[in-house]
Design a protein around this ligand. Sequence first.
Ligand code: HPA
Length: 291
Amino acid sequence: MGEPSWTTLHLDEAYEVVASAMDLHPRCGLVLGTGLSGMADAMSVQGELLYTAVPHHPISTVPSHQGRYLWGTWAGVEVMVLQGRFHLYEGYSPVQIAFPIRLMARLGIKVLIVSNAAGGLNPRFEPGDLMLITDHINFTGQNPLVGPNVDALGPRFPDMTEPYCRRLQDIVRKEALKAGLPLREGVYAGVLGPSMETAAETRFLRAAGADAVGMSTVMEVIAAVHAGLKVVGISVISNVNRPDCYEPVPLEKVIETASAAGPKLMHLLERSLPRIATTLEDSENDGKDSL
Ligand code: HPA
């Protein structure tokens, strides 16, 4: 056995603090994106911890992101929520962005639900639509797994054939259908930002097979897959980028549209969470360690 890496030492120290503050053991973790933080009001909160109280934890710099862990129950399911996330464009390294995800995995989270606000590239999309993420393209040129692999955290070359769990996608699709909630689906292109895409970049991303573009999510999902978590991703389409009649997209507009669509996403999650929790339990009772 080699020396433990600083990543695991830092995670151990953070784990001690969060684990001793938490009085429940949620299996589902949620990451709330731009304009969607308010969704945490829907849960019954049992405790919270500011990122500033967690050793080695990155701190949010974007005013629309609050920066704390919340835990409690949502739709009767124990959950842990990361309220306020980290972006490469803020200057965080991919490893810093992976930190809370790895911490949640260490705390026993098995399913990670990530939400974000994204620009639509698929011309059929409308602002305010929800999009189930079926796959992603990492256009950031970065990866949280670069460097010596810490085998205790996950494999050197994690499989990415199913980064977004198909069984869990099915649950979300079915719940959307039952609730009469239109749900788009597609590929999320993760870019570095913070400059928005040019018209030519928008055409390129669309031609590459993406349906939506955003500046978050892919680092977290790669870290989650590495850690063996099952991932569900949902984008709120805050704007639709049409390169032939391209319009500026101010941040206020992104926040406003994403916030307005928040209740729809909340409704979908409230319906899906109990089914996700039962599916997770069933697969564990079957003796399988994965969904
Ligand atoms: N581009 C990149 N990121 C985004 C967008 C966009 O149009 N909208 C929301 N996040």
